[in-house]
Design a binder for this molecule. Sequence first.
Ligand SMILES: C[S@@+](CC[C@H](N)C(=O)[O-])C[C@H]1O[C@@H](n2cnc3c(N)ncnc32)[C@H](O)[C@@H]1O
Length: 286
Amino acid sequence: MHFVRRFFLAALIGALCAGSAQAQVKEIERTGGPYVPTPQVVVDQMLRFGRVGANDFVMDLGSGDGVIVLTATRQLKASGMGIEIDPELVRLSNATAKKFGIGDRAAFQAQDVFKADLSRATVVTLYLLPAMMMNLRDKIYNELRPGARVVSHDYHFGDWEADDRITFDVPEKELINGVPSATLYLWTIPAKVSGRWQIKVAGTDVSRDVDLKQNYHAVSGALPNARGMSITDVALNGEDISFSIWGNASVRHHYRGKVKGGAMSGVVNLDGKDAKWQAERVTIGK
Ligand SMILES: C[S@@+](CC[C@H](N)C(=O)[O-])C[C@H]1O[C@@H](n2cnc3c(N)ncnc32)[C@H](O)[C@@H]1O
């Protein structure tokens, strides 16, 4: 629990910075951890890592003084919203947005993160304690649209492995929490594909059942009614899916496509020629 102690040491420093605001919010249940602002250099890197641009709607869960959403809206022309349990920090963040003339694109709301509607977000940012990360994991997985990105500072989602991570030196964090570096984690929300799919290839008599099992980003497949055949290399990135189906004579057909709810479509290379394929989900899996 060493890291939690360090986090609280940082909270103490954060409290000193926040001044009298902290005194008024003693009774607030900060289940995600205390107010510890992410240093600007880390904020900049988080937004780069999440590929934030003008078309994005960034939601920071536990937004503190608003630095992440304010930077995304001021510097990258994105829009966004911060969700923060401490009304004093929310007031401060909204006042800063107004001062910078970006109040129409950056808003902050006093709310528990569990009550926030995440469906608008194309990017979610987090700097919350490990237990909160785990408690929020399924909400984030289920509410965000496929292809949305999640960037977290220092803490991760356990066995929902990140698609990418970076660690870099941040000397000023030594003073704040005793570690002079930051680690960032990046996830892309995958489409939900568990269940039985029926695939048909246009212009052929190919019609095949495929069973897909999903654990967050990890997907495996089986061909229930095709003896001697197999499916391998199932890869899912947001809505983009690909897999290989191996025929009886070790012939490999590589399928690439997009998932849109209960339908998929794409292209498969059959004997040197591209053919279109489509699939519909006939049974939803767990
Ligand atoms: C470590 S600070 C991060 C602040 C900001 N995201 C940043 O990176 O600079 C965590 C923030 O989450 C807020 N928080 C804790 N639990 C919360 C909850 N259940 N709902 C909303 N905000 C919460 C705290 O008040 C604190 O401001």
